[in-house]
Design a protein around this ligand. Structure first.
Ligand SMILES: Cc1cc2nc3c(=O)[nH]c(=O)nc-3n(C[C@H](O)[C@H](O)[C@H](O)COP(=O)(O)OP(=O)(O)OC[C@H]3O[C@@H](n4cnc5c(N)ncnc54)[C@H](O)[C@@H]3O)c2cc1C
Length: 399
């Protein structure tokens, strides 16, 4: 990426077509989409690139099998197409991962899951028809299938002691979320975008009551200046309604953000050895993932209302207990907090209209709104669907 000092000098100079606030996957995607369409783009990130929710995910590029439970078919289909594209466009970053739903004591694997997996197969295939990767080849996930207990143990050695008798095998993809963001930012720079971290946007610069740029503060070198731009895109994720609270909150159609915390844990591979991923029951019909991750095992996630400091989200003790309990019950282990090699938590933006009965979860659906100053805010969505969100936002600017 270009030197930060050069990026700051450029931002303090000529006006841009677009200034993007936020250097997570959404902001990075918007910068790349706009720059590749020929617009001049500046991007300001207050902390480090990808330091928000975009580095605290489950690291999956997936359709989201569990969203089928809510009949969110459009979202799953869209995410499956994106999964297919990502694995073709960035095979060094997005790799297929076998996942297993295990069954025990000779029981058939859960039928409802089987129905969901059939739908997953159909949607993945339907969207792939006629599409080919750049080199003519493309990753093709096998249809899900029932596998015997021995194959379950090959993929999930941690389950050996429980002697699973069978299971479903299906495929999704895994990525390194932070690297994905950095790669998209670097690609945006290749198309001429200038991006700077430790550069906080403190407010909108307006001309004739219209957004005409942003005021920024250099958190490393000190000092403040204005980045002038014809369009402002607010891609600050869970912080989206902090940038311009009165504008966002006074406009009735714009929802408020209600953060929800998701925690992940890591343990040593030897304590919970996995080759593929496992869908682990976690009570009340919920499931968590157990995934092989950089030589360790990743357990997550939780989903809890969060009212604490958004800038310092910690893995709470009750989240840790919940995840360890689910993992211990499933794998027949006795892991405790001293066995953890790491823990992290991130926040999803949920929206609420203020009426507790009308609260809607937008964490997986992208939400785009333009407020009276002309600022375009894009939030929600998934890591997997970043390209779609970027296109939505830039299409709105072009309109
Ligand atoms: C626990 C959890 C697990 C998840 N797992 C998955 C998964 O496996 N697969 C998947 O597809 N999706 C997953 N998601 C969803 C995905 O992680 C998010 O949708 C995505 O990362 C959001 O990216 P973003 O760029 O919108 O937000 P963020 O990554 O939070 O980026 C916003 C950025 O804006 C910056 N910012 C804020 N205010 C300012 C300001 N004033 N000036 C400048 N910069 C500012 C912040 O520092 C931050 O870096 C998960 C989400 C959670 C919470």
């Amino acid at each position: 990426m270009i030197a930060r000092s050069d990026a700051l000098a450029a931002m303090d100079g000529e006006p841009f077509d677009v200034v993007v606030v936020g250097g997570g996957i959404t902001g990075a995607g918007v910068a790349l989409d706009a720059a590749s369409r020929g617009y001049s783009v500046a991007l300001a990130e207050r902390a480090d690139f990808a330091s928000g929710t975009s580095s605290r995910s489950s690291k999956l590029v997936h359709g989201g099998l569990r969203y089928l439970q809510n009949f969110d078919l459009g979202l799953v289909r869209e995410a499956l197409l994106e999964r297919q594209l990502m694995v073709s466009l960035a095979p060094h970053l997005v790799t297929p991962l076998p996942l297993v739903v295990a069954a025990f004591d000779g029981a058939r694997p859960d039928r409802l899951t089987g129905v969901g997996l059939n739908l997953y197969d159909v949607m993945a295939r339907e969207r792939r028809r006629g599409r080919r990767g750049a080199n003519g080849a493309e990753w093709s996930p096998d249809r899900h299938r029932t596998i015997p207990g021995e194959e379950v143990v090959e993929l999930l050695p941690a389950l050996a002691a429980r002697e699973p008798t069978g299971g479903y095998l299906f495929y999704d993809c895994q990525t390194d979320d932070s690297r994905l963001v950095l790669t998209v930012l670097a690609e945006a720079e290749r198309f001429g975008a200038v991006c700077a971290n430790r550069l906080e946007v403190t407010g909108l610069h307006e001309e004739a009551s219209r957004a005409a740029g942003v005021h920024v503060r250099d958190l490393l070198g000190g000092g403040a200046f204005t980045v002038r731009a014809d369009n402002v895109v607010n891609a600050t994720g869970v912080w989206a309604d902090r940038l311009r609270p009165h504008e966002l909150h006074d406009e009735a159609e714009v929802p408020r953000i209600r953060p929800s915390r998701g925690t992940h844990l890591t343990v040593r591979h030897d304590d919970l050895p996995l080759v593929g991923g496992a869908i682990v029951p976690a009570g009340d019909g919920r499931t968590i993932f157990a995934l092989p991750w950089l030589g360790r095992t990743l357990l997550g996630t939780t989903d809890k209302d969060y009212e604490g400091d958004l800038d310092h989200v910690r893995a709470a003790d009750d989240d840790v207990d919940y995840l360890l309990e689910a993992a211990n019950a499933f794998f027949g282990t006795d892991l405790g907090p001293p066995d953890l090699t790491g823990a992290y938590a991130g926040v999803r933006p949920l929206i609420t209209t203020g009426d507790p009965h009308k609260s809607v979860d937008i964490s997986r659906k992208a939400e785009l709104y333009e407020t009276s100053s002309g600022m375009v805010t894009i939030t929600g969505g998934k890591l997997t669907t970043w390209r779609r969100m970027a296109k939505m936002a830039v299409d709105r600017l072009v309109e």
